[in-house]
Design a protein around this ligand. Structure first.
Ligand SMILES: [Zn+2]
Length: 425
């Protein structure tokens, strides 16, 4: 196995005769030459929530934390506001008034506008989002628009006027109750525009939360299907930044650790929701995925997820999960043909080692492992949500324009994108 790998490396990076002596030496010289040839100046920025508080049972700190920022909170919740009872009790104990605002599905522009009006009418000086990625993104957008002038569309990319936010958001605390989106540490809020049948982002470092409070206990009761789709979103949000064209050493470190934890714990969390170690691992993976995507970028899976989520009533995590192994395979094929010297191929090998726990393991082993996981966690094909082959043309065209697509490790052709989507349908 090792020998055949070395031969492969030698074939990819042939040196003039006489430059390397033994096989090992040739490989070493080749990897140094490759590094020099592909040297690019390192350049990055890393921004996140002001504070990240992590740990089982940490929800009980919310009263004291909230009191630092205001007296009346707009509490943005998910589909089931009943789950918010413990949070409200802690706020009440600290004499903080609360106005509830429920976000039933993935947030739309209209819904966020309602939230802004509710917060203004109640005189809220603080926003707390308690829920999955949808509730947190809605809260983020509401908090931003409480301090910035004009209307939401002024600040939206692609479909709006794309103006930059100028003022810091109203104080915002994010408390995730799923382990997947990592929205508690991202600097964008994904909003659907039913008129455009597209999802777009409100994006600015100014919308990062004051506090991201991650309490794994809040995920113990998640049903297996949600554990699966959100967990595979987390894994996608670690694999895509790690292989994307804008990664950096801080993001790399987070992705390696996050992928390792998601790989060892997602099956356990799916089978046994009360397993504390597995839930904790998945919350770390989700948090690290959020940190990674916010400071690097994503790729073709999320490039497709934007128009698919805008056109079909499909949960974001389910869409990502259905696409992930096929996008990995398509990227590998394209890289091997058009850019075989790229460091990204080595990164796919590393992913394979992390997910399988085997060394040696190579890129294709990683794709197989992800593909088996998606099958074992009962992720449906995209046709389950109404996606058909006749939609491929429109989806490919829209996906090519999505912001995530621009960070994909290699530009995929329209034919490659279409073929990738077809196998996921
Ligand atoms: Zn995602």
């Amino acid at each position: 196995m090792v020998l055949s790998r070395l031969k492969k490396v030698r074939l990819l990076f042939p040196l003039p005769a006489g430059e390397g002596k033994g096989e090992g030496e040739t490989t070493l010289v080749n990897s140094q030459a490759r590094r020099l040839r592909h040297y690019r100046k390192m350049n990055f920025e890393f921004a996140t929530a002001t504070r990240i508080i992590f740990g089982a049972g940490m929800l009980k700190q919310i009263g004291g934390l909230a009191r630092e920022f205001g007296k009346h909170a707009l509490v943005v919740t998910g589909r089931n506001p009943a789950r918010v009872a413990a949070l409200l009790k802690h706020l009440e104990a600290n004499r903080i008034a609360a106005t509830l605002f429920a976000v039933a599905g993935e947030p739309t522009i209209g819904l966020v506008e309602q939230g802004i009006a509710t917060a203004r009418a109640a005189g809220c000086d603080l926003v707390i989002a308690f829920g999955g990625g949808s509730a947190i993104d809605a809260g983020k957008a509401i908090a931003a628009m409480l301090t910035n002038e004009g209307e939401l569309l002024d600040y939206l990319e692609v479909i709006g006027r794309g103006r930059a936010l100028t003022k810091p958001s109203a104080p915002f605390i994010a408390i995730p109750t799923t382990a997947g989106a990592g929205a508690e540490v991202t600097r964008n809020a994904v909003l659907a525009s039913p008129d455009h049948r597209f999802k777009v982002s409100l994006r600015s470092p100014l919308i990062l939360p004051k506090v991201a409070l991650v309490d794994p206990e809040l995920t113990y009761e998640l049903p297996p299907a949600t554990t699966a789709t959100t967990g595979l979103d987390a894994l996608t949000q670690l694999i895509e930044p790690y292989t994307c064209c804008r990664t950096n050493p801080m993001v790399d470190a987070l992705c390696v650790e996050g992928i390792r934890r998601a790989a060892r714990s997602l099956r356990t969390a799916f089978a046994d929701g009360q397993n504390r170690e597995a839930r904790e691992d998945m919350c770390v993976a989700s948090l690290f995925g959020g940190l990674a995507l916010a400071n690097a970028g994503l790729g073709a899976v999320h490039g497709f997820a934007a128009p698919i989520g805008g056109m079909f009533p499909a949960p974001h995590g389910a869409v990502c999960a259905a696409l992930l192994p096929h996008v990995m395979a398509a990227n590998l094929r394209a890289l091997r043909v058009r850019s075989p010297e790229r460091d990204t191929l080595r990164r796919y090998d590393e992913i394979a080692r992390l997910v399988t726990g085997n060394s040696p393991a190579y890129a294709d082993d990683g794709v197989r492992w992800v593909s088996d996981l998606v099958r074992d966690l009962h992720i449906p094909k995209l046709r389950e949500y109404g996606v058909r082959t006749e939609h491929v043309g429109e989806l490919v065209e829209k996906a090519a324009k999505a912001s995530s697509m621009k960070a994909n490790p290699i530009t995929l052709t329209a034919d490659e994108l279409a073929e990738t989507l077809r196998v996921a349908i």
